[in-house]
Ligand binder design. Structure first.
Ligand SMILES: NC(=O)c1ccc[n+]([C@@H]2O[C@H](COP(=O)([O-])OP(=O)(O)OC[C@H]3O[C@@H](n4cnc5c(N)ncnc54)[C@H](O)[C@@H]3O)[C@@H](O)[C@H]2O)c1
Length: 557
């Protein structure tokens, strides 16, 4: 068989005759190909069903509950295994991108993808290097490797590389484990040696871009990575900046440093683009192939090659036209989200003055009113992005002398939430006569969010609340987190206990993220809470079960 023909496993894309449209859509949605295969009990191919077939069926009046037999299905285009070498090129084209392959008994053996056999402008043969294998770099590297690219993951953290070589991941991310197991030492290799990456031709920078104590961008990691890259950059190479940066960084720092340290010219000798990471932690693998990728190129060719590369992993790429537009798109997105969350957090403080439950009010405000979506309040907004990116945007506003920074005010509101929560608890403790006593505090939900699941503690408001309550070191503080517990990644500095132990005999219980498991906590566990315990349930996960419990003091944002 022609060595470029890869027969893909179809098992996840099989549907049966008794499926309805909704069930078929779910199967298609799970895969990457926008198609599924209808087979019988002997796995013989009956038809292929595409996204388009379903769309047309719905337009023509079919419902999600309609059965496959109600659809107008065409005869499938397929290739017989013995004809693969000769026919695949004839049958696959930019319109027919997936070709089922069957044996002499019509049994489905697999399918061939157009993108696996066609080297459009040699895009598939590009050698990719991802600089920085953290949350962003590693997930992207693995998804690119899975889609057929040769990917090298380069990171200066030797411990991280050593662990990756042993298939040990630095964090929890849904679905990433199995891709690492499949791709490591095949399409994906890791290294901390610059010499190992000099043969690559596409470099994607995804190192950390933190802010300093003055909330100004810290370019240390970025500049270091660019200087390493400058030493090995060759004619024709492409450099894509993926890290979140202030507007103008690609031009002023990336291109400047590369040109200064390498004597080559951007747009002539090498190509540069900015393509922001826009996935949500916890669902990154899925979103990397579903989300549109925004790309801004230094020149037309930079944008064109970058778009072709990203088109290999996702269906939609959007040309932002300039580097600056693409840079802005990322910080505008995140700052917008931070701002609307701050809006709700401030409104919830106001509502509480009138004894109004803001979270419940939001449900009513949004009900049947399609014009807006007012978010729920939260114990502040944490995580590595939303707590940082508005400061990056604010720096650009200041640089351009644009006053009354809305994003800065929003950030301040969100940053004061942890202290406000602690003030409420301290005031309750005072009323109970426990303010200066050594008490037991239990904090559950340490990761910066509960949904989608993550193990990320960076800038988590739960950790900030922990630090405030632990300031005088007089309390016994115990912690718990569903995801950290699952991956057994419990940082040494904290006292981890289980929920049962935490709910028993605590003076204060704080449930700080929105992990769905909290909703399932039963009365048996809740009955262990002792009298006069303050229960701070930031996301009202236990509202119905605890609001009328006279034994405890129930609080929420
Ligand atoms: N975490 C997210 O969900 C997310 C989402 C969108 C954008 N971003 C942005 O993406 C960037 C990376 O974020 P992250 O969460 O992956 O950070 P991270 O801290 O998890 O990973 C950064 C990695 O870069 C490595 N590194 C630092 N200097 C290096 C160098 N000179 N050469 C090679 N490797 C180097 C570090 O060792 C680390 O492993 C940041 O700009 C961030 O703002 C993050």
């Amino acid at each position: 068989m022609n060595k470029n023909i890869f027969l893909q496993n179809p098992d996840q894309l099989l549907v049966k005759k008794n499926y309805n449209l909704k069930k078929i859509l779910k199967v298609i949605d799970k895969g990457e190909e926008q198609i599924c295969f209808l087979t019988n009990s002997k796995k013989q191919l009956i038809a292929t069903i595409t996204d388009g077939d379903l769309r047309r069926a719905i337009i023509s009046g079919k419902s999600l509950l309609s059965k496959i037999e109600d659809l107008k299905l065409r005869k499938p285009i397929f290739v017989r295994f013995e004809d693969l070498d000769n026919d695949v090129d004839k049958l696959l084209n930019s319109r027919i991108k997936i070709l089922p392959c069957i044996d002499q008994n019509n049994k489905l053996l697999g399918y061939v993808r157009y993108r696996d056999i066609v080297k459009e402008d040699s895009i598939r043969s590009r050698e990719i290097c991802i600089l920085g294998c953290g949350y962003v770099g590693l997930t992207l590297a693995l998804v690119m490797a899975r889609s057929g690219f040769n990917v090298k993951g380069y990171d200066i953290n030797q411990g991280l590389i050593k662990n990756l070589k042993k298939y040990k991941l630095p964090f929890y991310e849904k679905g990433i484990n199995s891709i690492l197991n499949q791709q490591l030492n095949k399409n994906f290799k890791v290294t901390n040696l610059v010499s190992d990456i000099k043969k690559c031709d596409t470099y994607i920078i995804s190192v950390g871009t933190p802010i300093n104590n003055l909330k100004k961008p810290n370019y240390f990691f970025l500049k270091k990575s660019i200087k390493s890259l400058a030493k090995i950059l060759k004619k024709g190479d492409l450099v894509i900046l993926r890290s979140t940066v202030p507007v103008g960084t690609s031009r002023k720092i990336l291109i400047n440093l590369l040109e200064k340290n390498n004597k080559m010219k951007a747009g002539k000798d090498f190509y540069v683009s900015f393509c922001p990471e826009r996935t949500v932690e916890g669902n990154a693998i899925k979103e990397l192939i579903k989300n549109p990728q925004i790309i801004g190129g230094y020149c037309e060719k930079s944008a064109e090659i970058s778009m072709k590369i990203f088109n290999e992993i996702t269906h939609t790429v959007i040309n932002a036209q300039t580097l600056e537009a693409a840079e802005l798109s990322k910080i505008i997105d995140n700052s917008y989200r931070d701002t609307i969350f701050a809006y709700s957090n401030q409104m919830s403080l106001l509502a509480s003055k009138y004894k109004v439950n803001y979270s419940k009010l939001v449900d009513k405000i949004n009900l049947g009113y399609s014009r807006n979506f007012v978010p729920k309040p939260s114990p502040g907004v944490g995580g590595p992005c939303l707590s940082k990116d508005p400061h990056i945007l604010d720096n650009s506003l200041t640089e351009q002398k644009i006053n009354f920074s809305l994003v800065k005010s929003a950030r301040l509101i969100n940053e004061t939430m942890p202290q406000k929560i602690c003030d409420t608890i301290i005031s309750d403790l005072k009323k109970l006569g426990k303010k200066n006593k050594k008490i037991k505090i239990f904090i559950t939900g340490l990761a910066f969010k509960g949904s989608p699941e993550t193990s990320d503690l960076r800038n988590s408001t739960s950790i900030q609340i922990f630090n405030i309550l632990n300031k005088q070191k007089k309390n016994n503080i115990y912690v718990h987190d569903y995801v950290l517990e699952k991956i057994n990644n419990k940082t040494n500095k904290l006292n981890f206990i289980n929920l049962d132990q935490g709910f028993k005999n605590s003076d204060v219980i704080l449930i700080l993220n929105n992990h769905k498991n909290y909703e399932a906590i039963n009365h048996k566990l809740l009955s262990k809470i002792k009298k006069n315990t303050i229960v701070f349930d930031a996301w009202q996960m236990l509202y119905e079960k605890l609001i009328n419990d006279k034994n405890i003091i129930y609080r929420y944002v």
